[in-house]
Ligand binder design. Structure first.
Ligand code: ATP
Length: 288
């Protein structure tokens, strides 16, 4: 049996530039992995099948699961005629804007590469990942990166300055597809991605906080105004900067002080069911 961690990500900035002729959106995202992970257990099977085992009722256990799709594509690409059981121990909230499913898929690609001893480079795993979802290539490497195109053109970035991340997920589900459909690019405030990249390069915490932005926030907040209340609550509790991750609904706040992180956490409990305090992982995952 092989164990692989699947860490969640947050978006420090997310911009949508335009809708392309192929129907996809051209995006620019600065992402970083956090210390909140699903645990994936891979067990080889003699029979040529893919089995998903999950006790979370929101996670499908058939071919709709991104982890299943990852295994199927991996087997097809490398002509593997063996089977695998994939047990998903879910810790990352589902449909939350934290790329939980994408990270599971990436962990399966990394894990199968080890389990079947193929030693394929991460670039090949990322190219399989790009066929599954736009966040999967980033999740193969983890760490901190700028993602362009549909998410597949990645540039590694300096990890963010050390800080605490307080996450709060309201108990509403958000469909990424609906959010993109309702996005009107004429009426949004675009974040300055280059400023975010420079703030990381110069390890400037305040500049990073000042340039956090997510073009999808206005759409999701219009659908679910409680997200705005949650943001305001976090700010009042002492977060230096607050942003919605991905298409939401999870909101995160940053602080450099552990005591303040605890204060924000405590003030949110009772207001929101799912609250976490985590660190950023910063560095990319190892190719072991
Ligand atoms: P992103 O930030 O990449 O948009 P997300 O965090 O909003 O992703 P996920 O947790 O990946 O969303 O789940 C979105 C949907 O995908 C769920 O509603 C679920 O039905 C489906 N899904 C498929 N595979 C998985 C998986 N392994 N874990 C969680 N959800 C999965």
């Amino acid at each position: 049996m092989l164990l692989e961690k699947a860490p969640a990500k947050i978006n420090l900035s997310l911009d949508v530039l335009y809708k392309r002729d192929d129907g996809f959106h051209e995006i620019e995202m600065v992402m970083t992995t956090i210390d909140l992970s699903d645990h994936i257990e891979l067990t080889p099977l003699k029979e040529n099948v893919i089995k998903i085992i999950s006790e979370n009722r929101y996670v499908p256990n058939d071919s709709r699961n991104l982890a299943f799709q990852a295994a199927a594509k991996f087997k097809e690409r490398f002509q593997i005629k063996k089977g695998v059981a994939i047990k998903i121990n879910k810790q990352v909230p589902v449909a939350a804007g934290l790329a939980g499913g994408s990270s599971d898929a990436a962990a399966v690609l990394r894990g199968l590469n080890k389990m079947w001893q193929l030693q394929k480079p991460f670039e090949q795993l990322a190219s399989i990942g790009a066929e599954i979802g736009s966040d999967v290539p980033f999740c193969i490497y983890g760490g901190t990166a700028l993602a362009k195109g549909r998410g597949e053109r990645l540039t590694e970035l300096t990890p963010p300055p050390s800080c605490w991340v307080v996450l709060a997920k309201p108990s509403i589900g958000v469909s990424t597809k609906t959010v993109y459909e309702q996005l009107n690019l004429q009426h949004v405030q675009h974040p300055n991605t280059e400023e975010m990249v420079q703030s990381l390069k110069h390890e400037d915490y305040d500049r990073m906080c000042n340039h956090m932005g997510n073009v999808l926030e206005s759409v999701t907040c219009k659908l679910h105004p409680e997200i705005l209340q949650l943001k305001e609550h976090m700010r009042r509790a002492g977060a230096d900067s607050v942003l919605m991750s991905g298409s939401g609904p999870t909101v995160f706040g940053l602080t450099r002080q552990e005591t303040r992180a605890e204060r924000i956490y405590n003030s949110l409990r009772g207001f929101c069911q799912e609250v976490y305090v985590v660190r950023m992982l910063g560095k990319p995952l190892e190719l072991a």
